[in-house]
Design a protein around this ligand. Structure first.
Ligand code: FPP
Length: 232
């Protein structure tokens, strides 16, 4: 691999662990749910920006398989917020040539949320700009186990190529740049396979105050890192 070939290139796939909504709200004497609402606005801004600068894939961790252990009211709020977000976003996706895709096991969501997810995927499937991927009831270990089951069911040989075809991210390139906000430094069961060679950035900013300027700075740093993919 030519080590210089990736320098200055825009990351094709950015993945973000959007963390810190709750702490952002608490520190302002607000309810955690207000933090999630503000976080949804950041989702909109960052998606719009990635599309306009030519990033091809943006994968956002919106609800993990572990998030079900949160208080029932917070879960209900997040479900409503997701549905509201998808309803309001559909025309924006269409106007901006953005494709929407969900990864994760959405079968645990309400019928209406599942329908909204499928409707958004179907309506935007031919868009050629950014693909916004929302990780919904997503956990990497769960995804890997589901992929192995699919391999078995289809009697496929265990190869890297066949395995990747069975992941929720089939057809999506591996992550180039992973960002986690709020100062936590861990992967939290996020895209463990797909992050194999990702450049990782952990920033202290809480998600509701993460800006397009900060993203641009991270992308510049990324472009100056040398990616060797195991070579020298
Ligand atoms: C982590 O912050 C965030 C989440 C578990 C949910 C992410 C949801 C959003 C950004 C808003 C809705 C998303 C969309 C796509 C409309 P936290 O609540 O765990 O914060 P904390 O660690 O400070 O408590």
């Amino acid at each position: 691999m030519n080590t210089n070939s990736h320098k200055k290139e825009l990351p094709k796939h950015i993945a973000i662990i959007m963390d810190g909504n709750g702490r952002w709200a608490n520190e302002r004497g607000l309810k955690r749910t207000v933090g999630h609402e503000e976080g949804a606005k950041t989702v909109r801004e960052i998606t719009k920006h990635c599309n306009s600068i030519g990033v091809k894939y943006l994968t956002l961790y919106a609800f993990s398989t572990e998030n079900w252990s949160r208080p029932k009211l917070e879960i209900e709020f997040l479900m409503k917020l997701l549905e509201k977000y998808l309803k309001s976003e559909l025309n924006i996706y269409l106007d901006n040539n953005v494709r929407f895709k969900a990864i994760g096991d959405i079968s645990r969501f309400s019928k209406s949320l599942q329908e909204m997810i499928k409707k958004s995927e179907k309506a935007t499937k031919n868009a050629t700009g950014l693909t916004q991927v929302l990780a919904l009831n997503y956990g990497s270990q769960d995804e890997i186990l589901r992929a192995i089951k699919k391999l078995n069911e289809q009697h496929l040989e265990v190869t890297k190529q066949n395995f990747e075809k069975c992941l929720d991210t089939a057809g999506i390139p591996d992550v180039d740049l992973l960002i986690r906000t709020s100062g936590e430094v861990r992967l939290s069961n996020y895209l463990l396979w797909q992050n194999a060679y990702a450049e990782m950035f952990f920033v202290n900013t809480y998600w509701p105050e993460f800006t397009t300027n900060e993203l641009d700075d991270i992308i510049s740093d990324y472009q100056n890192r040398e990616r060797r993919f195991g070579g020298i």
